[in-house]
Write a protein of this length. Structure first.
Length: 406
């Protein structure tokens, strides 16, 4: 059972499992790529790198310290969040919380460390740019959210990374911790009393109180600039197609989730039957929906040979139209709902994924959607609601391909 507690100003979610020998601790800060300062896209992602890799109190970094204990430690930057998480033995958890607090609250933001991580980030961006499966996703979001901060790439680009200075990082760090919501979660064997004591000692609970991102006035993006590729590359390429989706607080998001499974990579999906079994157009493809605090994105990603790529898009659009017009069919709909439910269960049964989900949800919304509630909501989704979601995706469809045609 998940307890929802408070340490000074910061909400804490605890799922204590006494039989577990490890604990995963997660800190989610509601400041992500969409909140980067003007002209320096990638600043939050750079802060993530520095928090994880800079020396801590003159010694090894946070990530190195945790790994020396045999644990795992990682972080991620999303359009709306900076998330740090670690899984360690219960007896090490309180000490690790102290390290997380020191790294997050007092990172060593020096020119030398920034320049080193700048080179690492540039290598990361080069690797992503060289992979069309990565590049097409940035291009899709840039088109889907053109003129809106959600269209900015999480990692930035080489030009914006070059503009990041120590002062920029200090301002970004100060802005994130002064005004962004922060939520903490722990899943595993560490008792709640020990967790709260460790958080207070680390200073995390003293961060200013801030409303979750979903409680803030929405920043509505401009109308979608729909369109599909007019020319196709003459080499293997990656296609992404989709539309905007409901925000995190909109109950329609569950129907979009089910639609993602109907058009997913499972042999039970309608898209699998169409583009793999019937027409043998693609081997690798998937669909999913992602909800943000004020909007969302539903998308399909597929890799295909140049002659097949336009046919994949045609088959995808035809299937969307069929679902919108006639519904998904009882058997396919039931399988998709079941897959969505099992996805929730598997996430809940993974200590690390459960901890991340709890902290992230609480930073985004005042009320956390627990797995049981998510499963109940999925059970209420109707075939008509999924048909309506398919119609919405088809009506505002955006499709991009990478590499671009020469």
């Amino acid at each position: 059972m998940t307890e929802q507690l408070l340490t000074q100003n910061v909400p804490v979610l605890v799922d204590h499992t006494p039989g577990s020998r490890t604990t995963t601790v997660c800190v989610a800060v509601g400041s992500g790529a969409r909140h980067d300062p003007e002209g320096v896209a990638g600043a939050t992602h750079m802060l993530e790198h520095l928090v994880m890799s800079c020396p801590l109190d003159g010694g090894p970094s946070l990530s190195e310290r945790v790994e020396r204990l045999g644990g795992t430690c990682n972080a991620l930057t999303s359009p709306e969040l900076l998330v740090i998480h670690a899984q360690v033995l219960n007896e090490d958890a309180s000490e690790v919380i102290g390290w997380i607090g020191a790294s997050l609250l007092r990172p060593e933001l020096s020119a030398a460390h920034l320049d080193r991580e700048r080179q690492v980030v540039l290598q990361e961006l080069s690797a992503a740019a060289s992979d069309p499966a990565d590049a097409v996703q940035d291009a899709f979001l840039a088109r889907l959210f053109d003129g809106h901060p959600l269209g900015s790439p999480v990692g930035g680009d080489p030009e914006s990374i070059a503009r990041i200075t120590v002062d920029v990082m200090r301002d970004a760090h100060r802005q994130a911790l002064a005004g962004a919501p922060v939520a903490v979660s722990a899943v595993g064997g560490l008792p709640a009393s020990e967790l709260l004591a460790a958080l207070d000692k680390a200073g995390i609970g003293a961060l200013p109180a801030a409303p979750p991102l979903g409680a803030r006035p929405p920043q509505t993006p401009p109308p979608v600039r729909t369109g599909i590729p007019e020319r196709w590359p003459d080499e293997f390429c990656w296609l992404q197609a989709g539309s905007r989706a409901p925000h995190l607080g909109d109950p329609r998001r569950h129907a979009y989730n089910v639609l993602g499974h109907l058009m997913g990579s499972s042999p039970a999906s309608l898209l699998y039957a169409r583009i793999r079994n019937d027409e043998a157009l693609a081997y690798s493809f998937q669909s999913w929906s992602r909800s943000y605090s004020d909007t969302g994105a539903w998308r399909m990603l597929a890799g295909a040979e140049p002659a097949n790529a336009p046919r994949v898009l045609d088959a995808f659009r035809s299937l969307l139209a069929e679902i919108a017009s006639d519904g998904p069919g009882e058997e396919a709909f039931s399988a998709a709902v079941r897959q969505a439910v099992v996805e929730v269960v598997l996430r809940a049964e993974s200590q690390q994924e459960a901890a991340i989900a709890l902290a992230v949800d609480r930073a985004l919304a005042a009320e956390v959607t627990l797995p049981e509630q998510e499963i109940e909501a999925l059970g209420r989704v109707t075939a008509a609601e999924v048909a309506a979601a398919a119609a919405d995706v088809a009506r505002e469809l955006v499709a991009v391909v990478r590499p671009e045609a020469a």
